[in-house]
Design a protein around this ligand. Structure first.
Ligand SMILES: Nc1ncnc2c1ncn2[C@@H]1O[C@H](COP(=O)(O)OP(=O)(O)OP(=O)(O)O)[C@@H](O)[C@H]1O
Ligand SMILES: O=C(O)[C@@H](O)C(=O)CO
Length: 420
């Protein structure tokens, strides 16, 4: 294994896998820390954790265990993947995890760059933008777990880290890898080893990756991996391309617990196409009036692409959260979707599509597939994945995908090529 990656959530880890596969690496995503050695043919291994919003101490402990396993596989470089919207709280977990990894690896200067231009996330003057809005005006300021109210990533990181915070401005990034390296060294000498790097185009991320070639640790969104496969290729450590994707025939189904604007648009499109759908009322789940068994039986009896969804608009979400508390609602719905997924797979579904980071995490933990082989891209940030001989998956982050995402995912999972 050349590159060892630690992801702070499951869908975000598959987003990173997507970037690395497009760069020509064979990539496997491990759901949790494996207890056996990796297949030696894997070029990049991603240990997917669910550490984005747990206590910092827990996130650090799990990340260090993941690091130990990755180092035992011979990795030459470690990448810590977090969200392209820098999802964190004033306590963490980006700062504390990065600090612990930097200490363990003896890393000096460390790049921090969540930019993902293909999905509108760019960093300029140390500030994070989503499209043409600052992060703090993008909707992320109202996130239920990790509200992002400060778009200045230098201040965000300073609040959750004991290291000095530096900056690599866009003009330096545009000057190329040697200039970036010089700036990082200068920042480290001045006591600012954790450097927020500007990046507004893919080329900027490639230049940052090239500059980080000899660094033991690099951190960012999936975009920060854009330049890394070429580093290994230049050194003769990586050759060829991963084996072609083998699609999976058989029944498909979609489970959506994401309430993001993008997902609600995808649900609306699915409904408009006349595809079968079953809306799940959280009240009915909490009262035990709707069961996973009933939802799975309904889906298994449908032709086409059945969708089971609780996706709802913000007012409806708030109303049920006000009645029951957001933790209880989330917990019940996630358990509902995890059990429905298990029943669907047991009932013969071979292509499963899930929407929402937490929802997908619960489903994957429920299915316990161990390792997921990353396949081709369905949409920016979302790859097809194989989980063993009979099951293929697509795990969609809430904000990703075009309105026809569900149909596109079912087609790619079946091995069909779809127009980009
Ligand atoms: N109708 C609903 N009312 C209240 N909560 C809901 C409802 N439907 C889903 N939820 C809960 O809302 C949360 C949605 O989070 P999830 O991470 O799955 O989606 P997301 O936030 O859109 O995705 P991402 O984290 O990838 O951006 C889950 O905990 C889910 O159980
Ligand atoms: O970086 C992103 O935006 C995604 O991979 C993700 O982590 C969403 O939760």
């Amino acid at each position: 294994m050349l590159l060892g990656c630690i992801g702070d959530d499951f869908t975000g880890s598959s987003d990173l896998g997507n970037t690395l596969v497009k760069g020509g690496m064979r990539v496997v995503q491990y759901c949790g820390i494996p207890d056996a050695p990796a297949d030696p043919a894997v070029a990049a291994g991603i240990v997917a954790l669910k550490t984005r919003s747990v206590a910092p101490e827990e996130a650090v402990a799990q990340s260090l265990r993941a690091l130990d396993w990755l180092r035992a596989q011979g990795c030459r470089q470690i990448l810590f993947k977090y969200c392209s919207t820098f999802d964190s709280t004033p306590r963490g977990n980006i700062g504390p995890v990065a600090e612990a990894l930097a200490d363990a690896l003896g890393a000096g200067a460390v790049i921090f760059c969540p930019a993902f231009p293909a999905t509108g996330r760019t960093v300029y003057q140390g500030h994070l933008f989503v499209g043409d809005r600052l992060l703090s005006e993008s909707g992320m300021e109202a996130h239920p777990l990790t509200p992002m109210t400060d778009p200045d990533l230098r201040r965000c990181l300073a609040a959750q880290s004991r290291r000095g915070i530096g900056h690599v401005p866009a003009a330096t990034v545009w000057a190329g890898a040697p200039a970036i390296r010089a700036r990082l060294a200068e920042e480290a000498r001045a006591g600012r080893p954790f450097a927020i790097a500007d990046a507004i185009r893919d080329e900027d991320l490639v230049a940052l990756g090239m500059a980080a070639e000899d660094m033991p640790l690099i951190t960012g969104g999936s975009g920060i991996a854009l330049g890394l496969p070429a580093n290994f290729r230049r050194r003769g450590l990586l050759a060829g391309q991963p084996a072609g994707w083998r699609g999976q025939a058989g029944r498909a189904a979609v489970l959506s617990g994401s309430c993001s604007r993008a997902t609600r648009g995808q649900v609306a499109q699915h409904v408009a196409r006349g595809e079968p759908r079953l809306e799940i009322d959280p009240e009915a789940v909490i009262a035990g009036q709707v069961t996973p068994r009933a939802a799975a039986d309904w889906a298994l009896a449908q032709p086409g692409l059945p969708l089971v969804y609780s996706s709802a608009d913000p007012q409806a979400v708030r109303a049920v959260q006000d009645r029951h508390g957001s933790d209880l609602v989330a917990h019940r719905l996630e358990a509902f979707f995890a059990e429905t997924a298990r029943l669907l797979v047991a009932g013969g579904v071979t292509r499963l599509i899930t929407a929402g980071g937490e929802t997908s995490g619960a489903v994957v933990e429920g299915l316990a597939p161990g390792a997921l082989e990353i396949g081709p891209e369905i949409a920016p940030g979302v790859p097809a994945m194989r989980a063993g001989d009979r099951l293929v998956l697509a795990l969609k982050s809430g904000n990703f995908g075009a309105p026809d995402f569900f149909a596109a995912a079912a087609a790619v999972l079946a091995g069909e090529t779809v127009a980009a």
